[in-house]
Design a protein around this ligand. Structure first.
Ligand SMILES: [Zn+2]
Ligand SMILES: [Zn+2]
Length: 126
């Protein structure tokens, strides 16, 4: 299995990420997170509003397809908020590292790439 954004997973994930069940799951995630009052980027730690963030899947294990229907079964912890730039950098670090891209679980690859994103964007005024 690859954590890269391309080959086989792309069609699957792209289809899901455009689906109504995902949009609803995303809204539920932000609603629950808002209840804690601590929404912040998982990479650079800057606080923000839902409109400023994308959600990264730490794992897609909760997502299944039943026929043509998607079931958004992600646990709350399966999703983390990231600025679009931080999200892009996270995937760049994973995609360009053969170990992270191919030889780690998506969870481990995400955990190892997040500090690299912080190191890259942390010094910038944003
Ligand atoms: Zn960020
Ligand atoms: Zn992502």
């Amino acid at each position: 299995m690859s954590n890269r954004r391309n080959p086989n997973a792309r069609g699957y994930r792209t289809g899901y990420l455009r689906s109504v069940p995902w949009f609803q799951r995303r809204d539920r995630w932000f609603a629950r997170e808002a209840a804690t009052g601590s929404l912040a980027c998982a990479a650079c730690n800057l606080a923000g509003t839902p409109r400023e963030f994308e959600l990264h899947h730490v794992t897609y294990s909760g997502v299944v397809q039943e026929g043509q229907r998607w079931v958004a079964g992600e646990a709350h912890e399966d999703l983390i908020p990231l600025h679009p730039l931080c999200h892009e950098l996270l995937h760049w670090f994973i995609d360009t590292d053969p170990i992270l891209a191919r030889h780690r679980s998506r969870e481990d690859a995400t955990a190892q790439a997040l500090p690299k994103v912080l190191a890259r964007v942390g010094g910038n005024a944003r």
